[in-house]
Ligand binder design. Structure first.
Ligand SMILES: [Zn+2]
Length: 255
């Protein structure tokens, strides 16, 4: 009887847990990289949790985050989400970092990560943009130092309502910090725009770096944006779309 009971318990628990396990298999594991800028951790983490059970997240901080770009650690997560403003790097760290993304790690870049790595031009190539802290020449064009203003109410306009990142999102109001004067690489596809005067007009774009899809969203300074339902949806769909890119690539190029 005892054996039978144990067996039936085992069976029922197996049956019960199977759907959960298969859900876990479809989960997208994001690695959020922070460091070099303060932020409201509880409300940022609450936004990460709001992405739902299909997306699990882990947060790592620079400089320790460099470890995660090493080939042996790349299989531990599916998509990188940048929310850092880190500046320091060695040539060796830069190479491993760039290789990780070039070889196919999808990337979503938020807010002050556009301002990171002032001394490393390849980072600007990785994200397809850059906020300059000092006069800088890119592709023969001189850019003046950029500017920012906090606490601006403005409207974010959707460029293509059919794009998987912006699908289902209508033009929306946002209360955030704006940046003006930043560089966006030629060939980047605009996702979001604004007519707000203190901002660049393009405030969201997609980019390709090697095998990786990259999505950059300029907004995301603080809690009002972390709690903005439209921003949360854009973040979720950015993660899903960038990950879908490498899955499609691997399906036709199995290693
Ligand atoms: Zn900010």
């Amino acid at each position: 009887m005892k054996i039978f009971l144990a067996f039936s318990l085992l069976l029922s628990s197996t049956l019960f847990f199977t759907p959960l396990n298969s859900e876990a298999k479809n989960q997208i594991r994001i690695l959020v990289v922070t460091g070099g800028h303060t932020y409201d951790k509880p409300s940022f983490n609450e936004m990460l949790n709001s992405l739902g059970k299909d997306i699990s997240s882990e947060v790592v901080e620079f400089p320790a985050a460099y470890e995660q770009f090493l080939p042996e650690n790349r299989g531990k997560y599916d998509v990188l989400v940048f929310y850092h403003m880190w500046q320091k790097s060695t040539p060796e760290q830069e190479k491993i970092f760039a290789d990780c993304i070039r070889e196919g790690k999808p990337l979503v870049v938020l807010h002050h990560s556009i301002c990171a790595f002032d001394e490393w031009p390849e980072y600007w190539n990785i994200i397809g943009g850059k906020y300059f802290h000092k006069p800088t020449v890119v592709d023969g064009k001189e850019y003046a130092p950029c500017s920012y203003i906090h606490d601006i109410h403005f409207t974010a306009n959707i460029v293509d309502k059919k794009h998987p990142v912006t699908k289902g999102v209508k033009d929306f109001e946002i209360f955030d910090e704006t940046y003006k004067g930043y560089y966006i690489a030629q060939g980047a596809e605009p996702l979001l725009t604004t007519t707000e005067k203190s901002s660049n007009s393009v405030i969201g774009w997609t980019w390709q770096y090697g095998k990786a899809r990259v999505v950059t969203l300029q907004s995301g300074h603080d809690t009002p944006t972390f709690q903005n339902e439209n921003f949360r949806r854009l973040l979720k769909q950015s993660i899903e779309w960038s990950y879908a890119g490498i899955r499609a690539y691997r399906a036709i190029n199995p290693s």
